[in-house]
Design a binder for this molecule. Sequence first.
Ligand SMILES: Nc1ncnc2c1ncn2[C@@H]1O[C@H](COP(=O)(O)OP(=O)(O)OP(=O)(O)O)[C@@H](O)[C@H]1O
Ligand SMILES: [Mg+2]
Length: 271
Amino acid sequence: MSDNIPAADRAILEQIVAPAAPQKKHGMIVNEGYRYIALGESGCGKTSLMRAVVYYTLMKRYAGFALVHDTKGIFAEYPKSVQVSSTAEWIARGWKQGDTPVVSFRGDPRRDITVSAQEVAELSLLYARQGIIVRENGVDVWKPNPHVTVIEEISEAATEGRKNVAAPAVLKLAEQGRKMGVSLLCTTQETVNMPAVLRSQATSITFGRLTGTSLNYLDQCNLPPEMIKVIKGPKGGGLPNYSFVLYIKGNDEPWDGKVHKLSEETVSMFE
Ligand SMILES: Nc1ncnc2c1ncn2[C@@H]1O[C@H](COP(=O)(O)OP(=O)(O)OP(=O)(O)O)[C@@H](O)[C@H]1O
Ligand SMILES: [Mg+2]
């Protein structure tokens, strides 16, 4: 599948998933995962972009599976995934042969079942801590269990002060996931709703269409001034839908000034 992704799209996805590549450090193979935030207004293409990132990570085998908190819509954002109402239902079910390695936690209003970002993040932490036990030279050795966890609309997991995350497990994932090879993906519609902790832990952020007060807040985000100018758009009306700029933390190169857009081909590949 990855061979069908146009080169321009692949180059973007590569930069986002790069921190999840296994690396050799002090004689050990480590995978630090990435923390990616997709920012932008409703309908600007955040979920489409995030879905491509998730599947790309799986295709590269940088992660074994994905857990997705997806309770908003009537239809699942990951139509090919295994869809369950709650973490309890998932634990009872487990993996079956032929499953796509993506689980969507959807809740079920008709059965009055809800599932929170906190519960999905707790499950992710549990898998991370358990790791995979591998027998090596007659002894059981703990190995990380790299996976990705997707939290749609992080502001719902944020406190009112917006400085913190109400779901402490999401916060923990952002802070500790790195040590256990967990990648975290979140979306948010408003710049101001991006919790400071997530912002500081993020390895990459895509800025899509933003308008009004969201644009003003950008000045506080410690971004290259050129990048802010482009996100604000030529007439201060923001980028068009589906366009975005990519911020990669720790990239010492001057920003290349590029505005990206995933091809329709790539978007529809994962829908
Ligand atoms: N690069 C693209 N080219 C063509 N169509 C796109 C592209 N990106 C997204 N779309 C389409 O736009 C629609 C909205 O995209 P998406 O659901 O990703 O937006 P969103 O930012 O997640 O919105 P919301 O905030 O409401 O969740 C989808 O139907 C998707 O197929
Ligand atoms: Mg969305």
